[in-house]
Design a binder for this molecule. Structure first.
Ligand code: CAA
Length: 406
């Protein structure tokens, strides 16, 4: 009997900066009611990078963890794609640095994909298509989402910052997630809702308009996917969304709930109860880390897998990815059946353990130093105590210099 081949995610690993600021600290220092950030935006903490961390170091850390924990043979990696909004160079991709620092094979194709927060989803779909045309056991691909969400100090976007990376191993043994094969449910519109000019290290955003664009893209892609796949609301155990701030996932869920409710003439389960069951369990890591742009949907996925464990085997999940500008996609997948093989390896709680809390002045100082080391040629030697970690030293002779323990 012919059995359809399955492709998707074989492994998943994360990297999260070790420092954070509590949103209450930010609110109090700037004269805002903390309830606006805790309840109004649904966040709690945001990861903050130090000058030695950047999108490259986070991508390297996440990928190295992936390779170590899933016993990946680096010579079998034929494609490495990094999805990021926060590229460090206008020409050289982050993927080249990751490839070099991890010693991947020369026959590996490397490049970055950029479309605000959608870049990693474009990469994942491309990697899945590519692995599906490999013959025999085939080669595997690695997709990394890495980003620093940074807005101007004092702006409305400031409480929705964060940083981190998620690495995904993609291939034909999708123990973590089988990506289902349906016609694409994508939506593109040329909108100016969020952007970052080359000369700026902070993003610019038309905040409330960006919410409208997100929700319009969601409705469009959800309905397209429903029509193309024949899958409906009741087929999903969980619905995962791009999470610029946790309350946005609630707004997204509410939008879909309204569509379904209207079609069933209101004869539909209560909104809050369904949200708590279907989406809230996937938000705990985002609440701790903040927005990680292209990585945010996949951090949500990693958090869900880690907390819900074996219960998810075979469960169908719906994913909504949104990148401002904009391009969005809704896709579905079923969780693999070998949960015992991957459950202990994701390490989200481990990455969050022992983080260091910053006060407001320390947060501002780190922002200033981080900006300086990326731009003005200041340079830091790697300290002997840096252990295994990769270290961004600064820019010398117009080149970014990285160090790592041998
Ligand atoms: N107590 C409790 N709640 C309060 C409150 C208080 N004291 N004061 C305000 N609130 C609530 C408000 O009622 C509101 O809730 P609802 O949306 O449920 O009504 C919430 O807190 C936010 O209040 P405002 O809308 O007044 O906040 P704001 O105008 O200062 O900015 C924002 C909110 C537009 C999201 C802003 O943070 C922003 O620009 N963020 C960046 C852009 C963004 O994340 N866009 C998301 C879609 S685009 C995308 O997803 C791509 C991406 O990653 C950027």
């Amino acid at each position: 009997m012919h059995q359809e081949k399955r492709f998707g995610v074989e492994g998943i690993a994360v990297s999260i900066p070790k420092h954070f600021i509590d949103l209450g600290t930010l609110a109090e220092a700037t004269g805002v009611d903390p309830a606006k950030y805790y309840r109004g935006l649904g966040g709690r903490r945001m990861a903050v990078v130090t000058p030695i961390e950047d999108p490259v170091t986070m991508a390297v850390e996440a990928t190295r963890t992936l390779i170590d924990r899933y016993d990946v043979d680096p010579s079998g990696i034929g494609m490495l794609i990094v999805g990021s909004e926060s590229g460090v160079d206008a020409a050289k991709p982050i993927a080249s640095y990751v490839h070099g620092m991890l010693g991947l094979a020369p026959h590996c194709r490397t490049f970055d994909t950029q479309h605000a927060c959608y870049g990693a989803t474009a990469a994942l779909q491309m990697a899945r298509d590519w692995t599906s045309r490999q013959v025999g056991e085939g080669k595997k691909a690695i997709v990394v989402a890495t980003d620093i969400a940074r807005y101007e100090v004092g702006s409305a976007g400031e409480p929705t910052q964060g940083a981190g990376a998620v690495a995904l191993l993609v291939g034909n043994r999708p123990d973590v997630l089988v990506i289902e094969n349906h016609d694409d449910a994508v939506y593109t519109a040329d909108v100016m809702d969020f952007w970052r000019p080359h000369y700026s290290s902070t993003a610019m955003v038309d905040g409330h308009y960006s919410l409208e664009c997100y929700l319009k893209a969601l409705e469009n892609t959800y309905l397209t996917h429903r029509a193309a796949s024949g899958l409906g609301w009741d087929d999903y155990r969980h619905l995962l969304f791009h999470v610029p701030f946790p309350k946005m996932a609630f707004k997204a869920f509410r939008q879909l709930h309204e569509i379904e409710s209207k079609e069933r003439n209101g004869d539909f389960g209560p909104l809050e109860e369904q949200f708590d069951r279907m989406t809230a369990p996937a938000l705990w890591a985002n609440i701790e880390v903040g927005n990680v742009y292209s990585a945010s949907l996949y951090l949500s996925f990693a958090g869900l897998l880690e907390k819900s464990g074996h219960d998810l085997e075979g469960a169908r999940l719906g994913f909504f990815s949104y990148g401002s500008g904009c391009c969005a996609e809704f896709f579905s997948g079923t969780v693999g059946t070998d949960a015992s093989a991957w459950q202990g390896r994701i390490g989200v709680a481990e990455a969050l353990a022992g983080r260091i809390e910053l006060d407001y002045d320390q947060y501002l100082e780190l922002r200033k130093e981080t900006e300086a080391i990326s731009r003005d040629g200041s340079y830091r030697e790697r300290p002997a105590s840096n252990g295994e970690h990769v270290w961004f030293c600064g820019v010398q002779g117009h080149q970014r210099i990285y160090a790592r323990a041998m």
